[in-house]
Design a protein around this ligand. Structure first.
Ligand code: 5AD
Ligand code: SF4
Length: 445
C-alpha cells in the first residue's frame, strides 16, 4: 500500500517528444501517485519537477536545457528536479555537471526502479537510472494515470533494434522487448471495462512485435484487441516498412474496429538515400506495401508518413524522388523534418552535409507540394457522412470537434433543437466544407 507522508509531497511534470514519451509520463504519474505524491499543474506549487525529454532532433534536446536554466533559481526554495527520458539517457551524468540543481536522471528503461530512486532523492542523494538498456523487462505498472478517459495508449513493445543511420532512439530507449500478448489484452480489457473505446498500440517499431510466449503475431494481437467487447477503434504506431506485412493489411481490412489509417514512415523516396539511411527497403518495396493497402477490398486506407529532407549527400534529383513519391502514394498527412545530426549515430560521420538554408528550402518545397495533395484529397470527402468521436468543443465557432477513424479532424455543428453530443460519444456528421488539414460539417440527426 502507498505510504502517504504528511504534508503530502507534490510534483509537476512536463513532457516533450513522441506518444511513447507521453504515455511513459502517464505511467510515471501513476507511479508517483502510488508513492504518495500529488500532481500539481504549476512549477510554483511543486516540490519535485520532472522533465520527460526528447532528443530526436537538436531543437527538442535544447528545450530541456533552456527550461532547466530558467528554473535554476527555484532550487533555493527547496525544489528538486528530475530529468527523465531520451536526453537523460543520452547525456547521463553530464546533466548533473550542466545543471547541478538536478537530483535525478533516468532513461525510460529504468522507470520501473522509480520508487527506489524517489527514496534516494528524498534522503538528499542523487539518483540515476541509466544502465538498464539491455534489460528484457518492460515498464508494466498497474498505476498508469491516463489523462483522457475515452482514448488510451497501450505499449506493446519498447526499444528499437533497427539502428537507422540518423536515429538516436536505439541508444536512448535500448533494445527491443515485447510484452506478452496476454498482458496487452488484459490491459485492453481493463480499459474497456473502465469505459475506454479507442485504443492506440504503441511501440517504436510495432511490426517487430514478438510475443515472448509466442501466442500471437502483431496482426493477431491487433485483431484480438479489436475484438475486445466495448472497443470501437484501434490504431497503432509506429510501423517500419520492412516488417509491415500483408497480414496486417488483411486484419485491418476484415476487422471493423481496426482503423482505416496507417502511419508508415518512408523518410525518403530515393532508394540510394534509403540505403545510406540503413532503412532496409527500397522505394519499390515501400510502394508494394502501399499497393496492398490500396487493393484492400472493404476499406479505403488513409496513409500518413514521416520524411527527412537534407540527409547528408541527398542530391536535388534524390530530393525530387521524394516529391514524386508523395504524388504516387497520395498521403493524407506528412510529418517532415530537416535532417538533424545526432550524437552516437553513424550519419554523424557522413560527408556532404547539406546547408541549413538548403534544408529549409527543401522542407518548404515539400510542404507546399503536400499541402496541395492534401487539399485535393480532403476535398474528396465533400458530402461524405463519417462517424466521428467527439473530442471537445470550439465555443467561439459553435462547433463540436470530432475525429474520424482515418484520424482526420471533422468539426461540426449541431442542428437547432438537438442536444450537443458528450465528449467521447460517437455520432455521424456530413462533410460540407473541406480544408487541407481538416473537414467541417453538420451532425446527422
Ligand atoms: N533528424 C531529423 N528527423 C529525424 N527523425 C528521426 N531522427 C531524425 C533526425 N536525426 C524523424 C523521422 C522519424 C520521426 C519520428 O522523426 O522522420 O520517423
Ligand atoms: Fe523523442 Fe525518439 Fe525519445 Fe520519442 S523515442 S522521445 S521521439 S527521442
Amino acid at each position: 500500500m502507498a505510504v502517504v507522508s504528511s504534508p503530502q509531497k507534490t510534483f509537476f511534470i512536463e513532457t516533450f517528444g513522441c506518444q511513447m514519451n507521453f504515455h511513459d509520463s502517464e505511467k510515471v504519474v501513476g507511479t508517483l501517485i502510488s508513492q504518495g505524491y500529488r500532481q500539481v499543474q504549476t512549477v510554483d506549487e511543486a516540490d519535485l519537477i520532472f522533465y520527460n525529454t526528447c532528443s530526436i532532433r537538436d531543437k527538442a534536446e535544447q528545450k530541456v536545457f533552456h527550461r532547466l536554466a530558467d528554473f535554476k533559481r527555484l532550487q533555493q526554495q527547496g525544489k528538486q528536479f528530475a530529468v527523465i527520458g531520451c536526453v537523460a539517457q543520452q547525456e547521463g551524468e553530464k546533466i548533473f555537471e550542466r545543471a547541478p540543481h538536478v537530483s535525478l536522471v533516468a532513461g525510460s528503461a529504468s522507470y520501473r526502479n522509480l520508487p527506489q530512486m524517489l527514496i534516494q532523492i528524498g534522503q538528499g542523494q542523487r539518483a540515476t537510472g541509466l544502465d538498464d538498456r539491455q534489460t528484457d523487462e518492460t515498464f508494466e505498472t498497474e498505476f498508469t494515470a491516463r489523462t483522457n478517459p475515452h482514448r488510451g495508449y497501450i505499449t506493446i513493445i519498447e526499444g528499437c533494434d533497427k539502428f537507422c543511420a540518423y536515429c538516436v532512439v536505439p541508444y536512448t530507449r535500448g533494445k527491443e522487448r515485447s510484452r506478452t500478448s496476454e498482458s496487452v489484452l488484459a490491459e485492453a480489457r481493463r480499459m474497456a471495462d473502465a469505459g475506454y473505446t479507442d485504443i492506440q498500440l504503441l511501440g517504436q517499431n510495432v511490426n517487430s512485435y514478438s510475443d515472448p510466449l509466442r501466442k500471437a503475431s502483431f496482426a493477431e494481437l491487433l485483431t484480438s484487441v479489436g475484438e475486445v467487447p466495448g472497443i470501437r477503434r484501434v490504431r497503432f504506431t509506429t510501423s517500419h516498412p520492412r516488417h509491415f506485412s500483408r497480414d496486417i493489411v488483411d486484419a485491418i481490412d476484415s476487422v471493423p474496429t481496426l482503423c482505416d489509417h496507417v502511419h508508415l514512415p518512408v523518410q525518403s523516396g530515393s532508394s540510394r538515400v534509403l540505403s545510406a539511411m540503413y532503412r532496409e527497403y527500397t522505394r519499390e518495396l515501400y510502394l508494394e506495401r502501399i499497393s496492398w493497402m490500396k487493393a484492400a477490398r472493404n476499406k479505403t486506407f488513409s496513409i500518413t508518413t514521416d520524411v527527412i529532407v537534407g540527409f547528408p549527400g541527398e542530391t536535388e534529383a534524390e530530393f525530387e524522388d521524394t516529391l514524386t513519391l508523395l504524388d504516387e502514394v497520395g498521403y493524407d498527412g506528412v510529418f517532415s523534418f530537416k535532417y538533424s545530426p545526432r550524437p552516437n549515430t553513424p550519419a554523424l560521420e557522413y560527408a556532404d552535409a547539406i546547408s541549413d538554408e538548403e534544408k529549409t528550402r527543401r522542407l518548404a518545397v515539400l510542404n507546399e507540394k503536400q499541402r496541395e495533395i492534401q487539399r485535393a484529397r480532403y476535398a474528396k470527402h465533400l458530402g461524405d457522412i463519417m462517424e466521428v468521436m467527439v473530442e471537445g468543443y470550439n465555443r467561439p465557432r459553435g462547433q463540436v470537434i470530432g475525429r474520424t477513424s482515418q484520424n482526420k479532424t471533422l468539426n461540426f455543428t449541431v442542428p437547432p433543437g438537438h442536444a450537443e453530443p458528450a465528449i467521447g460519444a460517437y455520432v455521424n456528421a456530413r462533410v460540407t466544407v473541406t480544408f487541407p488539414n481538416s473537414l467541417a460539417g453538420e451532425m446527422v440527426v
